[in-house]
Design a protein around this ligand. Structure first.
Ligand SMILES: Nc1ncnc2c1ncn2[C@@H]1O[C@H](COP(=O)(O)OP(=O)(O)OP(=O)(O)O)[C@@H](O)[C@H]1O
Ligand SMILES: [Mg+2]
Length: 143
């Protein structure tokens, strides 16, 4: 479905992390689900910001932690950005309309996806974000 090489890499700054997400845009197709895992502050939201800027013609991607799901429509692909961090149960995610988002033909990006891995479809692309000792971040595909 997609070559994940462009999604991976090393970023020395927040801006570089945004560029890495931007570079991933060429690799994604309609209906793809991208599951992001990694510790607090590992760069997941910055990566997503770059991806959305490239795909959905929107520059304003803030953390969805406060609104639970952000929708970016009108670009080459619609992007639906979830963050499971503050959600308590898989049932809560389902109540947000999870199944409809999966069927919407856009792109789903999910921060803290490993909190409810059972919700992610088998074809999901899993990316792990790691904070390196020198404070740079790396992104690698793990599934
Ligand atoms: N590659 C990087 N190098 C250095 N700092 C970075 C890098 N990427 C992001 N940051 C910084 O790390 C902080 C957290 O970034 P971001 O919000 O993208 O992380 P996150 O993984 O989404 O965190 P959370 O788990 O809280 O959602 C920000 O202050 C950002 O500037
Ligand atoms: Mg985040």
């Amino acid at each position: 479905m997609m070559g994940a090489l462009g999604m991976q890499g090393r970023a020395e700054s927040a801006e570089a992390m945004t560029r890495l997400g931007c570079a991933a845009a060429g690799d994604v197709t309609a209906g793809a689900v991208i599951a992001l895992v990694g510790g607090l502050g590992a760069g997941k939201t910055h990566w997503t910001k770059g991806l959305v800027a490239a795909l959905a013609c929107s520059l304003d991607v803030t953390s969805p932690t406060f609104s639970l799901v952000h929708e970016y429509r009108g670009g080459r692909l619609s992007v639906f950005h979830f963050d499971f961090y503050r959600l308590e149960s898989a049932a809560e995610v389902l109540a947000l309309g999870w199944d409809e988002y999966l069927d919407a033909g856009g792109l789903l990006v999910v921060e803290w996806a490993d909190k409810f891995p059972e919700l992610l479809p088998p074809e999901a692309i899993w990316l792990r974000f790691v904070v390196e000792p020198d404070t740079a971040r790396t992104v690698e595909r793990i599934g």
